[in-house]
Design a binder for this molecule. Structure first.
Ligand SMILES: [Zn+2]
Length: 375
């Protein structure tokens, strides 16, 4: 049986542990001990060393019937800032922070729900297939834990990531590709008062290029772009010779993101050249997108779980990236299900206890559906 009080106590303990990206040591130690106490043999991989963090991913196998489909359950250990000295404040059904930090239900809810579901399943001697748990590091800092996860050691058929918002029963089955770019506009320096005509302002070049961008903000239902950082100039009296902007493009379809990114970057280059300047362009795909077909087996599992639990299924397309993108890209069908977190990445973040409890029931139903799935 899902134990509401035990779930809340676990969540509150997790919130109390500092676990910023690349500084997940305390959280990893806590979870390694917790899983040992539950009778498992968890281990930590060497991701910490590879990414310059102080902890690796925490991985654990919950042995089940080998004849049945195996599941990977994932949640991330790290949080965004301000995330030090977090305190969970319980107010009826709602848990929030004291207002000075985030709460970190992104993704402590996911961890607490996985732990409670596994405890309850063991107590009830529920039949299940092999379950692998991966608590990842540095999701918020570029999905680095998932990128470094050795999936060859995790022989699974399906993955369920617990790191989404929305009503319980929500599952993200589409997420965008993500390209980031950095463009340095190069002009020519000159004294701004004595001979400005000899200079070429990189700031004006960047300004003109951005003001006339072919795509910005919401492009279509499944595509967005943004410029988030701008740097340039040394002094008021110097015509600026270098100005750097950093931005991103997201889109669900590979062809679409490639053409949008090219159009934007070509526009920057052309604008700079028209003004007598040049550009240095760096562009990188930070993570790939994914689209799960509505007839895919993993969707069948979700539909079955929804039927048996009575929790309505809500398949959505998300604009954000998560560990789910990386797992899908590696060839393991993965969905990201809601843990009830609200207003994440803000000090107003909160989660409902009843939602976390419901998510435990939904996850239990998914595990049962996987056990009875014929593949
Ligand atoms: Zn998250």
């Amino acid at each position: 049986m899902i134990n509401r009080q035990r779930l809340v106590d676990e969540f509150v303990s997790l919130v109390g542990i500092d676990s910023l990206s690349k500084k997940e040591r305390k959280m990893a130690d806590y979870l390694l001990q917790k899983l040992k106490d539950m009778g498992f043999k968890p281990y930590e991989d060497d991701t910490g060393k590879n990414i310059g963090g102080d902890a690796g991913n925490v991985i654990c196998r919950v042995k089940g019937s080998k004849e049945r489909p195996a599941l990977l359950l994932m949640a991330h250990m790290d949080t965004v800032v301000p995330g030090l000295d977090k305190k969970a404040v319980i107010d009826g059904d709602i848990i929030r922070s004291d207002g000075s930090t985030i709460l970190g239900s992104d993704d402590a809810s996911g961890i607490a729900i996985i732990l409670e579901t596994i405890k309850s399943l063991k107590e009830d001697n529920m039949e299940h297939g092999d379950i692998y748990i991966a608590f990842t590091v540095c999701e918020e800092g570029g999905l680095l834990g998932a990128k470094n996860l050795d999936l060859s050691k995790l022989p699974v058929d399906f993955a369920v990531i617990l790191d989404e918002g929305g009503p319980i029963g929500t599952a993200a089955v589409k997420a965008p590709y993500y390209n980031r770019f950095k463009v340095t506009f190069k002009g020519k320096a000159a004294h701004a008062g004595i001979e400005p005509e000899k200079g070429i302002s990189a700031i004006m070049m960047a300004a003109k290029a951005m003001a006339s961008m072919p795509h910005f903000g919401r492009i279509d239902d499944e595509s967005t772009s943004n410029i988030g950082i701008i740097h340039g100039g040394e002094a008021r009296n110097i015509v600026c010779d270098a100005c750097t902007i950093e931005g991103e493009v997201r889109s669900i379809e590979k062809d679409r993101i490639d053409s949008l990114t090219n159009e934007i970057l070509e526009h920057f280059k052309k604008t700079a050249e028209e003004m007598g300047g040049t550009t240095r362009i760096e562009v990188e795909t930070e993570y790939p997108g994914f689209i799960i077909d509505e007839n895919a087996p993993i969707i069948e599992l979700l539909k079955k779980a929804s039927e048996t639990s009575g929790i309505p299924l809500n398949l959505v397309s998300t604009g954000g990236g998560s560990d789910t993108n990386i797992i899908n890209d590696a060839g393991i069908p993965a969905v990201n299900i809601s843990v009830g977190m609200e207003k994440v990445h803000s000090t107003e973040e909160y989660v409902r206890i009843s939602d976390m409890e419901k998510a435990c029931h939904f996850l239990t139903a998914i595990i049962k559906a996987a056990y009875s799935y014929n593949y």
